[in-house]
Design a protein around this ligand. Structure first.
Ligand code: PLP
Length: 435
């Protein structure tokens, strides 16, 4: 005989929830979501203007994805990779590889962005060990940047606020400034600025000792840490050239910028630069399931497998349900030309945001690519002076928008100084009218 336990959802003796996240701040419970909208339990509708945390790329409750998940659930929801292969994982790996530049065709599945970054760092290191370059271990990254919350990913993250409490537990990794050219008031052309920032990588490699440097990790279009930062065109190719010059691996963290959001499957396609390793998550399964991937050049993977195997793995790697959902998401993106839509609608939204700059002098910058856009508030647009310390525009604007049923995503960080920028990244199904 079976009994049913009815969980009450009761709160603790002090009336507080048993759940906890970063702070005590709580939000209303979600009831349902569809397309670009979310409803809370009180019936209030919100426009998901940031796709959550730049995740829900194809919108909510997509029928094709739900059906694919239902069909897979009826077959098998879990199969441990050491016991069984599974078809959705095999098919998603093949479909992903097809969207990658030539040679970048070995796919390792994980459950999220931080795991994808950890996997990339570990594969890079194991490749060095397997090919007689064991002295290489330093991973150069940028400041500011965000590559994840787990300790390895945090070591290459350039956000003091996130890493400070863990400093004694983190290996100190070298950082170079992110190319925040929009703040520079020099006489250089954008192309010259791009080269100047890229050359900081060569300087840092020389300072560290080139034989000790393993890899450089960067977000081709910056995420929440820099507010959709795009470098001048010259930056991307020069970075590749410097990595090649020193035999250093180039890791593109496309956890946020990948999977089509910028109008191309990989943001790096805008500049025709091929990395050695790419990380994907967020829009890859668009919020339907936790899923991420680390995609590597076969040139790196083969020596590692030949030398005894990749010493790394997570229990949920290649989960059949997650991969079935990911495959359906990819199908929706490709069949409905959502990348083309991201480019078109992103262009419209960017023009609208730039139009607001004419009305509001405190909008200092609008930037991004496709539907990965951000605007930044400043005290003075000419000098790009940030809002004064203690000013709470950052939280206030988010709260005002939330009150009006519009979700935007914000962060306060800008190089060594504070900046108030806001990500505007609706799902890639957004229409001109919704913009
Ligand atoms: N890398 C980038 C570029 C990100 O934007 C994020 C998350 O925001 C991560 C990694 C970490 O991903 P996750 O939060 O899924 O672990």
């Amino acid at each position: 005989m079976t009994t049913q336990h009815a969980f009450s959802g009761a709160r603790g003796p002090d009336g507080e929830s048993h759940l906890f996240y970063q702070t005590r701040k709580r939000r209303p419970p979600i009831d349902r979501a569809e397309g670009i909208y979310i409803w809370d339990r009180a019936g209030k509708r919100y426009l998901d203007g940031s796709s959550g945390a730049m995740v829900a790329n194809i919108g909510h409750s997509n029928p094709r994805v739900l059906e694919a998940m239902r069909r897979q659930m009826e077959k098998a929801t879990f199969a441990y990779r050491l016991h069984f292969e599974n078809e959705p994982a095999e098919r998603l790996a093949a479909a992903t590889a097809e969207l990658m530049p030539e040679g970048l065709d070995k796919v390792f599945f994980v459950s999220g962005g931080s795991e994808a970054v950890e996997s990339a760092l570990k594969l890079a290191r194991q490749y060095a060990v397997a090919t007689g370059q064991a002295q290489r271990w330093k991973v150069v990254s940028r400041y500011p940047s965000y590559h994840g919350g787990t300790l390895g990913a945090l070591a290459v993250t350039g956000m003091a606020l996130m890493s400070a409490p863990f400093a004694p537990m983190l290996r100190d990794m070298p950082k170079i400034p992110a190319p925040t050219c929009y703040l520079d008031r020099d006489s250089l052309t954008p192309e010259e600025r791009g080269l100047r920032y890229a050359d900081m990588l060569a300087d840092e490699i020389e300072r560290q000792g080139p034989e000790t440097v393993l890899a450089f990790i960067m977000e081709p279009v910056g995420g929440a840490s820099t507010g959709a930062l795009v470098a001048p065109d010259s930056y991307y190719a020069r970075i590749r050239e410097i990595c090649d010059r020193y035999g250093i691996l180039l890791i593109h963290d496309e956890v946020m910028s990948g999977a089509g959001r910028t109008g191309r499957f990989l943001a790096s396609e805008h500049w025709g630069v091929k990395p050695d390793i790419v990380t994907l998550s967020k829009g890859f399964a668009a919020g339907y399931v936790p899923l991420g991937a680390m995609v590597a050049d076969r040139r790196l993977v083969e020596p590692v497998l030949d030398a005894g195997g990749f010493v790394h793995g997570h229990t949920y790697a290649g989960n059949p349900l997650a991969c079935a959902a990911g495959l359906a998401v990819l199908g929706e993106v490709l069949d409905n030309d959502l990348m083309g839509n991201a480019e078109r609608i992103g262009g419209l939204l960017e023009a609208e945001l730039k139009g607001l700059m004419a009305r509001y002098p405190f909008i200092g910058d609008v930037r991004g690519k496709g539907l990965m856009l951000a605007f930044e508030l400043v005290a003075d647009r000419d000098t790009m002076e940030p809002l004064p310390v203690g000013h709470d525009a950052h939280n206030r604007l988010v709260e005002i928008a939330y009150g009006k049923g519009l979700i935007i995503y914000s962060r306060r960080t800008r190089g060594g100084r504070k900046g108030d920028h806001f990500m505007v990244c609706p799902p890639m199904i957004a229409t001109a009218a919704q913009v």
